[in-house]
Ligand binder design. Structure first.
Ligand SMILES: C[S@@+](CC[C@H](N)C(=O)[O-])C[C@H]1O[C@@H](n2cnc3c(N)ncnc32)[C@H](O)[C@@H]1O
Length: 277
């Protein structure tokens, strides 16, 4: 790539980086997708003025000085795309899932397990504030957003988004829950929602997860496809252990637990919604 390493050396390094990525994070690039990974790593190579071969060398033999590089590789290899009110599950969340969790518990713990830049966690907070009022929601809900990427978690904590991200959000919600930042094409989430949400780094592949208490509702959407089948199954079952009896799991409408050995029960007539019954 940038220096004089051969095509074969770079191809071998790419494969080795893919294996490293899979071991460290569970993110899985099969052979047929290695070209995609190569494209994603191109900027890391440029920024560090290294070939893929050199990148892999440093990753292996960096004597512990590779933390920054490792984070750059993980950030480049993962897709952080997300959105407020992403996918068609919010009607079920408002009408069935959240009311059930509120009925079962005085305080409802909700986990957004691949939170990216926080849009999912803040959507949960918005729906809850609309359902029971922002003050009551602040008193009764604790929303934890976790992700492997520090960069996206920083955005989640800052809670500042470009204005064009508001397009899925009803105007009345925008009025209530966002503040326009003067002179900028950006908005900030209001404190009434921010105070319900906490963001922390967590690698879904590193278990056991460090929680003392269980969750009433777990969102784990658009991340399972990163992992190979066995790893998906392990993650989904680890989530099960951290759900309360009667608790809910919400995966993406495009992901299914159908072929997995798991005790999660699919909710009849709903796509992507499961329960611990
Ligand atoms: C496509 S985004 C999904 C965001 C949100 N859940 C949604 O559905 O809109 C996937 C997120 O998973 C995160 N991720 C990838 N591997 C992970 C891992 N091993 N542990 C935790 N998060 C991971 C990525 O950093 C990224 O932010």
């Amino acid at each position: 790539m940038l220096s004089g390493t051969s095509i074969q050396e770079d191809a071998a390094a790419l494969k080795a980086i893919a294996e490293w990525l899979n071991r460290q994070t569970g993110i899985f690039y099969p052979e047929r997708k290695l070209d995609t990974l190569k494209h994603k790593l191109f900027k890391v190579c440029l920024d560090n003025r290294m070939s893929l071969h050199e990148l892999h060398d440093l990753l292996q033999n960096g004597n512990g000085n590779t933390g920054g590089l490792a984070l750059q590789i993980v950030a480049a290899a993962s897709t952080n795309h997300t959105a407020f009110f992403r996918e068609d599950i919010w009607g079920s969340f408002r009408e069935e899932i959240l009311p059930d969790a509120l009925n079962r518990n005085g305080r409802v713990r909700i986990w957004s397990a691949a939170a990216s830049s926080g849009e999912e966690a803040y959507t949960i907070a918005m729906v809850a504030a609309e359902l029971i009022g922002a003050t009551e929601a602040g008193r009764r809900l604790a929303i934890l957003g976790t992700d492997i990427s520090f960069r996206t978690l920083k955005t989640a904590e800052d809670a500042v988004y470009p204005k064009d991200r508001l397009k899925n959000i009803p105007e009345s919600y925008v009025q209530r829950y966002f503040t326009r930042l003067p002179g900028r094409e950006e908005v900030r989430i209001n404190d009434c929602l921010r105070s319900m949400c906490l963001f922390r780094r967590l690698n879904l592949k590193k278990r056991p997860y460090p929680f003392k208490n269980r969750f009433g509702i777990i969102f784990c959407r658009n991340v399972l496809y990163y992992f190979a089948q066995e790893e998906r199954e392990r993650i989904v079952n680890a989530l099960y252990d951290f759900a309360e009896p009667g608790g809910w799991l919400i995966v993406s409408v495009t992901e299914s637990l159908g072929s997995m050995k798991t005790r999660w029960k699919r909710v009849a007539g709903k796509t992507g919604i499961y329960r611990k019954l």
